[in-house]
Design a protein around this ligand. Structure first.
Ligand code: CO
Length: 134
């Protein structure tokens, strides 16, 4: 069911420092910061030849990243995003297999303007999984 790895998301405590590190030290192609108020994050995409890295930084009062950074003050891998051709079919199949979908189960529009869902990390070896319809 899942296809390509769309991105790996890293929560960062200092967005400017992380941008400079990926751009200048690692020599990657770093995009501009995008504010995503509906998701409580500022996102920076880094294009790699085979996938993307998504830097996540808290935005607003109830950011889901704030608690993560409290537990992981140096930052850390927050989630992996896998591509699926049909997000509703993927959701129904996964829920049928007993996996929990976060929120109300309805896809939201993600940072790329495409429908996304998140799967409970306790059902996937401690890894928060994002599914994106491509
Ligand atoms: Co993501």
């Amino acid at each position: 069911m899942i296809g390509r790895l769309n991105h790996v998301a890293i929560a960062v405590p200092d967005l400017e420092a992380a941008i400079a590190q990926y751009r200048d030290t690692l020599g990657a192609e770093v995009g501009p910061p995008q504010e995503e108020p509906n998701h409580g994050v500022t996102v920076v995409f880094i294009a790699l030849p085979n996938t993307k890295i998504e830097l996540l930084y808290p935005l607003g009062q109830n950011s889901p990243i704030t608690g993560f950074l409290e537990k992981n003050p140096a930052g850390g891998i927050h989630h992996m995003c896998y591509e699926v051709p049909d997000i509703i079919a993927a959701r129904d199949q996964l829920q049928g297999a007993g996996a929990r979908v976060l929120g109300n189960g309805a896809p939201k529009i993600g940072a790329h303007g495409k429908p996304v869902l998140f799967l409970h990390p306790k059902d996937f070896n401690g890894c928060l999984i994002e599914l994106e319809q491509t």
